[in-house]
Each structure stands twice: as C-alpha cells, then as structure tokens.
Design a binder for this molecule. Structure first.
Ligand code: FES
Length: 293
C-alpha cells in the first residue's frame, strides 16, 4: 500500500471520533472567533499561517540533527533545538485553530499529526534538559528520536495539505474550471440589491457557480465556492466587517472584501477569486482574471 493509501485509510477510521469532537469543541472554546483566532488562521496575511510558522521548528530541528553529528558544533545544535521548541508553540496554536474548522477526515489525521508533534516536542524539551545537565549523549538520543517522529508528523501534515486540500484555496480550484471568455450573467436589473445571487459560468463541460452582488449600478462577481471549504457563497449575505463591505459565507462565517476578495474575517485565510466585470447593453458580463488563463 502506498503512503497516500495508508494515510487515507487512517482518515476513514471513525473509532476515535468520540474523542475528536470534544477536543475540537475545547479548541473552539479557547480560541473563540475574533482577532486572535483570525491572526492564527493567517487571515491578515492572505495565506494560512501554520505552514509558514512550522518552517522554523522543522528547519531548526533538522539542522540541529546535522550539527549534533559534528562534536564541536553541538552547542549550536542546542540553540537551534531551543529555537524550534519556542516557535512550535505558536505553530501548534495556528494549526489547532485551522484544525477546529476542518471536515472530519482532516480532523482525524490532524489529531494524529498533533499527538505526534506533542511527542516530538516533549522529546526535544527532554533533550534540552538533558543537555543542560551535561548528559549530552542522552540529549542527542532524545533529539534524534524527536526528529524521527517530527519527520513522520510532517509527512502527515503534507498529506493533509496536498491530498486533503487543507489550507488550499477551494475557490482557485473552482476558478480553473471556468472558461476564460466573457460570461453573460444576464440583465443588471434581474440582480437583487445588496445580497448575493447565484449565476453560473461556463466551464470545460461543467457549470461553475458564481456569486454576484449588486450594489446600485455596481456588480461584484466571485467564484461561488468559498476559498475555505467550498461553501456556497451565493447563499451567504452582505455585511460590514471591520469597516469593509463583505460577502459572508453561510458555512463558517468567513468574510471576503467585496472590493478585492481579501479575507477580512476567518477561518478563511486565502482570498476569494473575483472576476472582472463590465456592462454591455444593460447586461452583466464577467471574466476570469488573466492569471488563470
Ligand atoms: S466554507 Fe468555511 S467559511 Fe466558507
């Protein structure tokens, strides 16, 4: 069985769901919707924060493993291990914030990913203690064991991103199915004022749902699948969020700026794909931005 197949099997195992749900609720109780949680999601960055932060512990601990192999460089390895331990705390918080808003298959693998990381972190903390007490050999055994577990955990995290699309923009995926031609969305007067309406765009053999928002003579058109988990934005609402007029997703309340699609409230960290719009004889025409053509 391939590694992918093995991890997919784990994502199908429901045995531990009774433990996962309370854990998810506990994370949501500690990290309530608001500025801190959005900061951990990476909403301010327009990109998930977790994969950015994890570069530090992964890079530091891998480098420490190399330096530990060269006796004169071992003090530097200790500094790198301590750096990785320090940054793993905000990295874990951002991962937990994302995990609490994911579907169950991602949560199952995410729970295994988190437990592995806690084990690795414990081993690295133990390694620092051992090194501080002059027990260098034990310190290196603990840190190399931690590196092995952290590497396995990183593989799980990679599967969550690349195979389960956790953190990926679902709107960008939907946008790729659209034709690059101008799409006729019908008369301006048929669009309701101040709330999203569903329109469909031509894809390569499929209809792609779009969300069109009319405000007076202005129309903003977005790919209809939310960048977070593909929720139906055309069933959402228009709200003022943090000083910006936003299209709000009905599934998890992410808010996207009507002007540019930037996320103004999480859990979405990726922007929402926005189409170019022009009017033609009272009809709304929309087209995919050039970056997808
Ligand atoms: S699908 Fe989660 S906020 Fe839209």
């Amino acid at each position: 069985m391939s590694l992918m197949g093995f991890l997919d099997r784990i994502a199908d195992v429901s045995t531990f769901d009774k433990a996962i749900e309370p854990a998810r609720k506990a994370v949501q109780a500690v990290l309530k919707p608001g500025v801190l949680k959005d900061a951990l999601h990476g909403t301010w960055l327009g990109h998930p924060l977790h994969p950015v932060l994890v570069q530090v512990p992964v890079g530091s601990w891998t480098s420490a493993g190399l330096l530990d192999a060269v006796p004169p460089l071992r003090p530097a390895a200790t500094v790198l291990i301590a750096t990785g331990v320090a940054v793993s705390v905000p990295a874990a918080m951002s991962g937990a914030a994302d995990w609490s808003e994911q579907e169950i298959g991602v949560q199952r693998l995410g729970a295994l990913h988190a437990l592995s990381n806690v084990a690795a972190l414990g081993l690295y903390v133990g390694s620092l203690v051992a090194r501080a007490k002059g027990r260098g050999t034990l310190g290196r055994v603990l840190s190399y064991t931690g590196l092995g577990i952290a590497t396995g955990s990183a593989a799980i995290g990679g599967h969550m991103s690349y195979a389960q699309s956790s953190g990926a923009s679902h709107a960008a995926t939907a946008a790729r199915a659209l034709t690059s031609d101008w799409i006729d969305l019908g008369p301006l007067d048929d669009l309701p004022e101040g709330r999203p309406a569903m329109r469909t765009g031509d894809g390569s053999g499929v209809s792609v749902p779009l969300a069109a928002v009319r405000r007076g003579a202005r129309v903003d058109v977005f790919v209809g699948s939310c960048s977070h988990l593909a929720g139906p934005l055309y069933e959402g609402s228009v709200e003022e969020v943090r000083g910006h007029a936003c299209l709000v997703c009905p599934w998890h309340d992410s808010a996207f700026d009507l002007d540019n699609g930037e996320p103004r409230r999480g859990p979405a960290a990726n922007p929402q794909e926005k189409l170019e719009v022009r009017m033609e004889a009272g009809r709304v025409m929309a087209r995919l931005p050039a970056r997808h053509q």
